[in-house]
Ligand binder design. Structure first.
Ligand code: FSO
Ligand code: SF4
Length: 539
């Protein structure tokens, strides 16, 4: 195996025997094979000349989602996805015909017994040129992230053929001998479609569940047994809340599911009891003390401890060998969460690990409702700077940087956040500025879209011609491919000078990193003191 798609890549170079995330080499190889076949499907789909069908589009994004960091560790489900991919490819190839110019990714077929051997020949390192490999992987990871968001939107009935077509175009392009400039152009286009996909998911979420409202969420526990829901899929939470209503079982959110509490449709469920725990990487001890069943709707899963192995369930694109997988919902129906509900009845209530509340729900409508107040505060000098500190959390010790920056930022600065990165500072007593909390949490990582809308609105209100003239600094924490998508979205929107940490991606070759530095001013995080001083000075 060779994998360097996330921030925890071994020695910031790449995982080669086992993933730091817990991914085994056979799983990594199967994921590589799936990606390679998807590239072949994309080439054939392009040849068809017709719009990408919702079936193929959804299959592409779901398959990409399967390969995201920490999402699916289950060889059987990845193998099943490869089988489906080969069936789709067979149909497309029969239609297109093989004129001898197709890449092998489009024409290769074999039985399951041959998957492991073939997988070893089609991984990341098959592109020998380090810069082309770097750009191709940057595009692939951006596409993986937006695929995850497109999948969530599809589960809520919102799909966009233009996004599926872009996924096909981008994946097909990865089979071609393109130049650095051509790949850079697709990289930037990935950012454009990242914005479109986050906008689509925003519409899907708010259309289904209403506009997020400012909400205080309990982080303690009640006395009933509970079910804990983690990951990003709001539709799964909905199905579970409906099925647990009136059962005496409470439902708690974990990590990226916290923002669900801000949606009016979920507030109606009185047994949605609170948020339990912190960012994904702390799940092992938190899942242990939760005592009840846990539902992982997406990444990030960490290798499961025996103490809760029989309580952990996956669904959707998530998977873990040995964990029960809740099957997809039938058309027009709901997923069946009976196994979790039955198990919860005999479980102890969660053990309390924290008490108090966190305040959430500052998505674009809520922040824009505060716009007059915010603008006045900026004009009066009460707010001197906004610092966008969204993204992902992770287990590296260096990530204490983000807590320390939050603490060290001057009292006249506001932190805008989204994604699980917030757990580094969302429980700190940072106070408010004239009633505006100093940490405004827009929601999940995909709700970084909200932060972009707010920036664009402020640019308009202040009559500026460039987003970079706003008093906003970007200090982004990244971990996996959705953060790559968010980063490319920000670049597409013209944001310059983003600080990125805790390390720059291993998949950026020195030359590609240089281009990003020179064209967009991307820089690695530095020391807390230096960065806080630089941001306060507008740098
Ligand atoms: Fe975090 Fe994991 Fe949301 Fe990611 S839980 S790390 S960027 O999956 O998607 O923020
Ligand atoms: Fe390593 Fe990250 Fe790949 Fe896991 S996803 S194998 S930790 S680079």
């Amino acid at each position: 195996m060779f994998c360097y798609q996330c921030q925890e890549a071994l020695k910031n170079t790449g995982c080669i025997t086992n993933g730091v995330c817990g991914k085994k080499s056979d799983t990594a190889n199967l994921q590589d094979l799936l990606i390679w076949i998807l590239k072949g499907i994309a080439v054939l789909e392009e040849r068809s000349g017709r719009p990408v069908s919702p079936e193929t589009g959804l299959f592409m994004v779901q398959s990409l989602f399967v390969t995201i960091t920490n999402g699916n560790f289950d060889n059987a489900s990845i193998t099943a996805q490869i089988q489906k991919a080969l069936e789709i490819k067979k149909r497309l190839l029969a239609e297109a015909g093989n004129d001898g110019t197709l890449p092998e990714a489009a024409t290769w077929f074999d039985s399951e017994a041959a998957f492991a051997a073939k997988a070893k020949l089609v991984g990341i390192l098959t592109e020998p040129n380090e810069d082309l490999r770097s750009l191709k992987e940057l595009i692939l990871y951006g596409v993986k992230g937006l695929a995850a968001y497109a999948e969530h939107a599809a589960m809520l009935g919102k799909e966009d053929e233009a996004i599926y077509s872009f996924v096909v175009k981008a994946m097909a392009s990865l089979t071609r001998n393109l130049t650095v400039d051509e790949l850079l152009a697709i990289t930037l286009e990935t950012g454009e479609y990242a914005v479109k996909t986050m906008a689509l998911l925003d519409t899907a979420n708010t259309g289904a569940y209403g506009k997020p409202e400012v909400t205080r969420v309990n982080i303690g526990v009640r006395k009933n047994p509970g079910i804990l829901v983690s990951g990003h899929d709001l539709r799964d939470l909905e199905d579970l809340l409906v099925q647990t209503e009136g059962t005496g079982i409470d439902v708690y959110t974990h990590c990226e599911m916290l923002p669900a509490h801000a949606y009016p449709a979920f507030k109606k469920f009185k047994h949605l009891a609170g948020n339990y725990g912190n960012a994904w990487w702390q799940q092992a001890s938190e899942f242990e003390s939760f005592n009840g069943p846990i539902l992982m709707t997406t990444n990030c899963i960490v290798p499961i401890r025996p103490s809760y192995k029989d309580r952990l369930y996956t669904t959707g694109m998530a998977g873990y060998d040995g964990a029960v997988h809740i099957e997809d919902r039938p058309k027009g129906g709901r997923k069946d969460f009976t196994p979790l509900i039955e198990q919860a009845r005999s479980c102890n209530p969660p053990k309390e690990i924290e008490t108090g509340t966190v305040t959430i729900g500052f998505a674009h409508d809520q922040i824009l409702a505060l716009a007059d107040k915010v603008v006045d505060a900026v004009k009066s000098g009460a707010i001197k700077r906004f610092v966008v500190m969204g993204g992902c959390d992770g287990r590296h010790k260096e990530r204490s940087y983000f807590t320390d920056v939050a603490k060290a930022l001057p009292q006249d600065s506001i932190i805008l956040t989204a994604g699980c990165a917030k757990y580094r500072y969302n429980k700190l007593p940072l106070g408010d500025i004239g009633g505006i909390p100093r940490v405004l949490d827009a929601g999940q990582c995909n709700d970084s879209y909200s932060l972009a809308l707010v920036a664009l609105k402020l640019k308009e209100v202040f009559g500026l011609d460039d987003i970079n003239k706003l008093p906003i600094s970007f200090d982004i924490a990244w971990y996996e491919q959705k953060a790559v998508t968010v980063l490319l979205a920000l670049l597409h929107l013209g944001v310059k000078g983003i600080r990125l940490g805790p390390t720059l991606p291993a998949f950026l070759s020195p030359n590609v990193a240089k281009v990003l530095v020179e064209s967009f001013g991307i820089k690695p995080i530095g020391s807390v003191e230096a960065d806080v001083a630089a941001m306060a000075a507008g740098k």
